[in-house]
Design a protein around this ligand. Sequence first.
Ligand SMILES: Nc1nc2c(ncn2[C@@H]2O[C@H](COP(=O)(O)OP(=O)(O)OP(=O)(O)O)[C@@H](O)[C@H]2O)c(=O)[nH]1
Ligand SMILES: [Mg+2]
Length: 682
Amino acid sequence: MAQNGTRATGPRCIALVGPFQSGKTTLLEAILARTGAIQRQGTIEAGNTVGDASKEARDHKMSVELSVASTTFMGDAYTMADFPGSIEFVHDMRVALPAVDAAVVVCELDEKKVPQLQLILRELEEQKIPRFLFLNKIDKADSTIHDVLRVLQPASRSKLLLRQVPTFSGDIITGFVDLALERAFVYKEHAPSEVIPLEGDALDLEKTARFSMLETLADHDDELMEQLLEDIQPPRDKIFDDLSKEVREGLVCPVLFGSATRTNGVLRLMKALRHESPTIADTTKRLGVKAGSPVAYVMKTINTSHGGKMSVARVLTGKIGDGTTLLRAEGEAGRVAAVFKLMGQHGEKRGPAEAGETVAFGKLDHAKTGDTLTDGQTPHPPIVEVAPHAPVLCIAVAAKERKDDVKLGQALAKLLEEDPSITVVHNAETHEVVLWGQGEMQLRVATERLSDRFGVATTSSKPTVGYRETIKKGIVQRGRHRKQSGGHGQYGDVVLDIKPLPRGSGFTFTEEIKGGVVPRNYIPSVGEGVADALKHGPLGFPVVDITAKLIDGSYHTVDSSDMAFQLAGRLAIHEGLPQCQPVLLEPIYQVEIVCPSEATAKMNALMSGRRGQILGFDTREGWDGWDVVRVQMPESEIGDLIVEVRSATAGVGSFTFKFDHMAELVGRTADQIVAARKSAAA
Ligand SMILES: Nc1nc2c(ncn2[C@@H]2O[C@H](COP(=O)(O)OP(=O)(O)OP(=O)(O)O)[C@@H](O)[C@H]2O)c(=O)[nH]1
Ligand SMILES: [Mg+2]
């Protein structure tokens, strides 16, 4: 750890995270431009930034996956990992975060975005990632910026610490005072800020703000507290040491200002990272990486359009180069075909990667995102395991052309490899391929990627809801199949006693044949015919919770056959069920919604609008100011529920659900469902 001016070095990996559209990708671009990694600073609007280089990100003008780029600053190597802000792509961030040294949380002074900020800070706090807040877009800010701590502090569990205060000319921010350095700077567009004398109002402002910064630091340093109480000026080195120690331990979170588009405050941020962010040695300690063989952590998997697989990984200890065979916990990961330095989507071949460096390894066929890799004889235990959030939204996809069915399967496997927060379910009953994910945009991007990256055009549709039907009363029904055409005839005759069963019983077939009126060997065929007929009941859905007992029948020595008895069984069902008061059954799920407490009332209203039955609500354990709402809701209403839950909660509400029971559905909704089924079948 840095003490008394000595600074531990080594390649850093820094995450850029933060609420949606706060300027992370623009900040990455500004950092690359300001540190000389690129010549010209691109913009999101012009679609020429290093980050967000995929077609999908450019088209939507938002990040849809992790972008990685490396640079150097004052002799140190930095790899910046720019994550999407949209909650739908949060898995990319959650799974890659363990490997970074620190995170820069890019945010705006916007109360509406505070809940999102809280979610992100929560993730960093739980993963114990040291963090800085970068208050971006200050070119648009006004004097309300003095409210920064009041607005943002509630989002953070650790104390926010103002590192800088802005200075104004009228209502426009013209520069800042660095409270640790005690220096005033004036912003220059696309150029380093200039030092100006600290005097007048700025000096008074500085004194008060600096005192409160020192007070925050003194919360964790008794000596500093005493100095403050006794009015002794602490030495500057001591302040820097405290800052760096408390940031590294996650006790405080410094707040810096800037504008990514104008590259204001960017070098200040880099300097803060240089002095205050942990190094790879601190990070390996945090992760419990064992000394010995080289170890790397896979932050992201990318399948390029020309078929090559790249594993973006950080080397945590040792050195890994071409030709190294790496092990994952479950076996071999593959042999490193090449090591690439990444600049967004562009990879440049390079030599072996050393501890601290973040690179892409080519062709690790079996490596997965989140794997801990080693080149030792025995696998390294996984340093962390990050499971994706449960999916909340689904679509059914199909290849536009039948000939692409097999290709679709392969493309889906690659898609899932890149984004494990998507799952695929093959519905055996409807033959639908259902894609489950975290939101509309993620699934839209997934289908775009299927065609852009993996060359399979698809169509998507709403997946079929698992309706069933049953009967409300029984009947004794005869089914006689008789055909006399030319030579050999067909003859089967059965009598079934059909009855409803309690909910959840499924289907049973029994028999009570006396005197061999239906020969033994034909009885199973009757059962098969019945089961087959129950696949489509009179309302058009599979029939459940029903029993059929074969009680009588007759046969013909020549004309009877298995087939004839199957048909007789079917006939009895087809003719009998419409007289048994068939009724529609719909799947009801138990849904657990989590949301900030302010939104709980809205949630209640939303649920009643969707035929939800509220079972109760509670405070969410470990989450101050959040509630859990428990509801029972029909499957058909869950389809796009997430869209409304998010819009009622500034994007942060979510839910999990599981099947509970089948419930009878009657009335208009049921009639519409049956009519829709009939017209689809016609
Ligand atoms: N005025 C102003 N606009 C900015 C600044 N930084 C970014 N923007 C704009 O904010 C919008 C979003 O910028 P991005 O860099 O894509 O933001 P992001 O946080 O990467 O977005 P996601 O990754 O999709 O969450 C773009 O229109 C940028 O031009 C800034 O400092 N000032
Ligand atoms: Mg972005």
